[in-house]
Design a protein around this ligand. Structure first.
Ligand code: ADP
Ligand code: MG
Length: 587
């Protein structure tokens, strides 16, 4: 091997490592879940490459994860014989944190007052590999990418720098060795070299992993970080650092049941198991808000296990973000972020879809054309929308959380999912003049519409206060009509293209002629208007000329009760906010 070179962690990475080392996260056990999760992903990827016919320097006959504890040296190694990492990948994936939203999250973490808030934030971030530093004061990683002959050894104490060197004869896959903190040595809670403890953690957090997780029992495992370069082990028999052999090694125990969670019946699986599975696929540390199981049998068979997260990821509105549904075919992982299974506006949904009748050779390109995929997508979307609707009636608080986190994204669907427009409108809620605290649904709005009220009235604007203080509001307030206060930028977009809900048209109170009166009242008002129009005719035409290009027309208004004047748009005019938005986009 070459001489080790020293590198510095990227600033964000260093800050996160500090948080891990001083372990603000209360449940340290999850580091093992994270390492196993990464190992499992690496095995999925290797099998996929093999399936695609990539030329590999790897044995795929016994893919598995091995856990090796050394009580004397106080090390714990998690090893896989998966895809591995190239030298560049080690630097990019382990040395830097490329996830969007990191800087913002770190800032929030710094500002978080109490530890509960910090826990939430760190959970949201799901600090995977780095979580090893909660229990270790040194971490060694040895890896070889499945297409390469030489490997890479990475090591760090998490304090700001790491070393990298090339190792010529690294075994297939990746081994992560944790040098456990000496200060935890006497604490049984943190005895991560105990078989019992390891068994318990794996069972609890990683039982559903579809690859065998084996633990060498009854003999001492070699310190793999040192053994990585030297294949011989001292105690005869199988070499414990060669994962491919651990299967036949005496005393190797498989710790997990390996059953694909989505293929098991609902009664058989506990909520906790679903939650841990969610954490594995989403890389989120929080429990999901909702778990959705689907099973279709017959000619076109598939299973789906979907999750709605409880917190929106920091990059929900960043463009490069992917949709989080994984596609499996007959239990074989095919791809992450299968865009064709989930529309853009439901991109926050995580989960797995396992189709029985698709070809293992499907690619992103062929998927777009695939009728089965389109059919699945339609059903998944309908099921998701129905689930949220049930949530609305069954658990208002949970629905409120959902809407707060994902409402803005869901409303995008009003623009691009015509088929489900009504179903989407059903699950929307909006701020309204009816209640200053609680958003209202369109259903609730319609149910309490005044006699004779024909429209769903709304006004768009920057904020609740701005809209409430608008002169357009006065007549509606006087009449006791409820007005929806639409303050999201996306509201400007959909409200112009969605004509109605349940037979009631959306009507902006800031545009065109607003009919607020009954027939008799209208006649009286009309007569009065004519009289006033005559009386003020000279003034109005003078004002129209004086304001020139700035306005189309100056009219008397019936909608103001206290303000002297207001500006109205034509029915088909853009609202000021929309105009600003287009201007900002350079149009
Ligand atoms: P995440 O899993 O959320 O991407 P992690 O911090 O857990 O974040 O891992 C960072 C990246 O390092 C992974 O995305 C993966 O590319 C790489 N990685 C980590 N562990 C392994 C492993 N055992 N084998 C191959 N690649 C790995
Ligand atoms: Mg991970």
């Amino acid at each position: 091997s070459t001489k080790a070179e020293t590198f510095e962690f990227q600033v964000e990475a260093r800050q996160l490592l500090q948080l891990m080392i001083h372990s603000i996260y209360s449940n340290k056990d999850v580091f093992l879940r994270e390492l196993i999760s990464n190992a499992s992903d690496a095995l999925d990827k290797l099998r996929l490459e093999k399936l695609r016919g990539t030329e590999l320097r790897a044995d795929t006959s016994d893919l598995h994860i091995a856990i090796e504890a050394d009580r004397d040296r106080r090390t714990l190694t998690v090893r896989d014989n998966g895809i591995g990492m190239t030298h560049e990948e080690v630097v990019d994936l382990i040395g830097t944190i490329a996830k969007s939203g990191t800087a913002k999250l770190l800032q929030e973490l710094k500002e978080a007052k109490d530890s509960a808030a910090s826990q939430d934030l760190i959970g949201q971030f799901g600090v995977g590999f780095y979580s090893g530093f909660m229990v270790a004061d040194k971490v060694t990683l040895v890896t070889r990418h499945a297409t390469q002959t030489s490997g890479t050894r990475w090591e760090s104490d998490g304090q700001g720098t790491y070393t990298i060197e090339t190792v010529e004869d690294a075994p297939q896959g990746t081994a992560v060795t944790l040098h456990l903190k000496p200060e935890d040595a006497e604490d049984r809670l943190f005895d991560y070299t105990s078989d019992h403890k390891i068994r318990e953690i794996v069972k609890r957090y990683s039982d559903f992993i579809t690859w065998p997780i084996r633990m060498a029992t009854g003999k001492k495992a070699a310190d793999s970080s040192e053994a990585a370069g030297a294949e011989k082990s001292g105690d005869g028999g199988e070499s414990p650092d060669s994962a491919a052999n651990a299967d036949s090694a005496p005393g190797a125990e498989t710790l997990n049941s390996m059953k694909a969670l989505w293929a098991r019946s609902r009664e058989e699986v506990s909520d906790d198991e679903y939650h841990e599975f969610y954490k594995h696929i989403s890389h989120d540390w929080n429990d999901p808000l909702e778990t959705i199981r689907m099973q279709a049998e017959g000619t076109f068979e598939y299973q789906a296990l979907l999750f709605i997260p409880s917190v929106a990821p920091p990059d929900l509105f960043l463009r490069e973000r992917k949709r989080g549904v994984q596609l499996y075919v007959k239990r074989v992982f095919i791809m992450d972020d299968c865009e064709d299974l989930m529309p853009e506006y439901l991109r926050f949904v995580k989960g797995v879809v396992d189709a029985q009748d698709l070809s293992l050779n499907v690619s992103r390109e062929t998927l777009q054309q695939d009728r089965q995929i389109q059919l699945m997508r339609r059903r998944l979307v309908k099921k998701l929308l129905a689930t949220v609707k049930d949530m609305m009636s069954g658990d208002a608080e949970r629905y409120a959380t959902f809407w707060k986190q994902f409402g803005r994204a869901v409303k995008e669907g009003l623009l691009d999912d015509f088929e489900n427009r009504d179903a989407i409108l059903e699950i929307c809620s909006f701020a309204s003049t009816h209640d200053a605290e609680k958003p209202v649904t369109l259903r609730q709005y319609i149910d309490r519409m005044k006699d004779g009220q024909q429209h769903i009235y709304y006004m768009t604007g920057e904020s609740r206060t701005v809209i409430e203080n608008s002169p357009h509001m006065e007549a509606f307030r006087a009449k006791g009509y409820e007005v929806l206060l639409l303050t999201d930028p996306i509201d400007e977009m959909w409200v112009g293209s969605v004509p109605e809900f349940d037979g009631k048209a959306f009507q902006s109170i800031a545009k065109g002629q607003v009919d607020l009166d009954t027939e008799e009242e209208k006649k009286e008002v009309e007569a009065e208007r004519e009289r006033l129009q005559k009386e003020f005719g000279d003034l109005l035409s003078w004002m129209t000329t004086a304001l020139g290009e700035k306005v189309k027309e100056v009219r008397l208004s019936s909608r103001l009760t206290t303000s002297p004047a207001c500006i109205v748009g034509d029915t088909y005019d853009m609202t000021p906010a929309l105009e600003n938005m287009f201007r900002a986009m350079g149009q």
